[in-house]
Design a protein around this ligand. Sequence first.
Ligand code: ZN
Length: 464
Amino acid sequence: MRNRLIGVILLALACSQAPALAAEKQKKLPKPGWNMFSKDQDIQMGREYAQQIEQQFKVVDNRELTDYINRIGQRLVKQGGLEQYQYPFFFKVVHEDSINAFALPGGPMFVHTGLIKAADNEGQIAGVLAHELSHVVLRHGTNQASKAQIAQLGAVLGGAMLGNGSLTGQLAQLGIGLGANSVLLKFSRGAESDADLLGAYTMAKAGYNPIEMARFFEKLQAEAGKSNKLVEFFTSTHPNPGNRVQAIEGQLPYMPRGDYNTVEGNLKSMQAAVTKLGPAPKPKQVAQGQGQGQGQGSQPAANTPKPANVAVSSNMKVYQSSALAISYPDNWQTSAGQNSLTIAPSEGLLQGAIGYGVVVAAAQSPNGRVNLQQDTQKLLQSIAQENAGAQIVQQPQSITISGSAAMVSQLKSKSPYVNTTEIDTVITIDRGANLVYLICIAPEPDYSRFEPVFQQMVRSIQFK
Ligand code: ZN
């Protein structure tokens, strides 16, 4: 199954959420969503990407400017209540004219000199930082990546698929990086509303007027409308969820009230310091961890010919985790991510794809309860939509697995092996708050040989 072939169930589930509460009611503060990365993987990834950023952009070493941004950032973290999330936050200023600041998963934050220049007051800088910090602690980047590539990430995060040491190098092979359309940096409107809300509370606690965040975003939006290239990156990666000022105004009565007069430095003199730096250097071209084939071991890339014979041992062994037990052929390997498990023969694991094997994943229902028929249909539709040519060849049929209501369906799609189609048997299981699903993958010509072992594995599942 190719990159991006699976996934998206959570996006689909999210669409069925209840409409937003009226503005006057207090909104619940958002929490991090479902994620296949561990928190430590967020932090590791952020560190690796931060090194790339520092090679690419000129980090400003002007003490006055870096201290100023650090004071604002640390105030938001400490007084603003973000310390409880325990990320190693740091703040650096980069010499770049575009009006932007971005935070990487796990905490590193880069503030462009263009942002310092464009702000009307310190509250607006604090607003962008608070919004970005909220994306970090709500783990929006890796949440989005998890939704986009459930199956492939299971193998990468569990360490099965690639021999490359760096996490970002492995993610690059799935097409995940820091590019303009990166799932890590380009946020959904839902993520934007959540980052606005948490960011506003953070600002209020830290002594900044939360309205300044919304005002600044609206100012950027207006500039984008005038095709101002300097705001393009920010406005395209943080899409306007609509009515930002009103949404925050509606919540103000519930936020800590202060005089909102915090000032960490003289913005005018900071802007003068930026001007003194002179013209910004051009960013350097740096390979963004494109690890294709670099120092790789034996795993072939996708689009290689299908192996002539993939071994299936008839001896089964049992994989046990705190959530489930499942039997599998003893010559296959397992790799577990946070909410997923991949079980596959080594010949079935390719760079960035799974040619043979079984993926088990759990998706939390945002409604708190799975609706098996609906959620199964949504999963199948999303897979078909994401993949030109994927066809549902068997509609869902009810079965029971380990005492739980379940459905089995089948798709036909493009295999990662060259000129090959594959069969994907999809089993969805109602586990109350979670939809557990299995995808059993094999090339069509070999499918009949693998079907009995897939069935044996599915029947063996025991939930704990
Ligand atoms: Zn945002």
